[in-house]
Design a protein around this ligand. Structure first.
Ligand code: FE2
Length: 195
């Protein structure tokens, strides 16, 4: 059985970026819902004793596990990599410059991946097996651990671009949400996820 992970902060942790009502609904309704439905789908499929990463990287995932397992994993990562006023270490900055040319180019490419993604989905920073970083987006609750993803790898940063993540505060202005959320990324945790 998977449990909803504790939020590492309160609903009012970043009122300038994520309003408390959005965070509360997102966590207690959406994330909890994915968790409950994942557990039900795993029971139905007789799957137990595996980590969420092992489950999501299986071949031919049933839709209920793909959608709800993705929702469970993606939101767990999202809450974990936010913090008030995060800054990049010099070593991570160097890695970003090496793979994207500059910090600004990286931010622009990531924002564009999120802003241009059609419909619901996620924008990702992913590390491949050669340790190079890449940016891309996935539809719905898919993620880079899944065989169906356009590119597989280790997800080290994931930003939710479903409307439920931002609509109350930003309405249709997804780009504004993406710009603001970059100010509350816990870059130390992102860096620690690198392989
Ligand atoms: Fe979400």
């Amino acid at each position: 059985m998977f449990q909803l992970p504790d939020l590492p902060y309160g609903y009012n942790a970043f009122p300038e970026t994520i309003d408390p009502l959005t965070m509360e609904i997102h966590y207690t309704k959406h994330h909890q819902g994915y968790t409950d439905k994942l557990n039900a789908a795993l029971k139905e499929a007789n799957i137990s004793g595996k980590t969420i990463e092992e489950i999501l990287s299986m071949e031919n995932l049933p839709d209920a596990i793909r959608n709800n397992g993705g929702g469970y994993f993606n939101h767990s990562l999202y809450w974990d990599i936010l913090t008030p006023g995060g800054t990049m270490s010099n070593s991570f900055k160097t890695k970003i410059i090496e793979d994207f040319g500059s910090e600004e180019a990286f931010m622009n490419e990531f924002s564009e991946a999120g802003a241009k993604h059609f419909g619901s989905g996620w924008a990702w920073l992913v590390q491949d097996n050669d340790k190079k970083l890449h940016i891309f987006s996935t539809p719905n609750q898919d993620n880079p651990l899944m065989k169906v993803a356009e590119m597989s790898g280790t997800p080290i940063l994931g930003i939710d671009v479903w409307e439920h993540a931002y609509y109350l505060k930003y309405q249709n202005k997804r780009t504004e949400y993406l710009k603001k959320i970059f100010k509350i990324i816990n870059w130390k945790k992102v860096e620690a996820r690198m392989i």
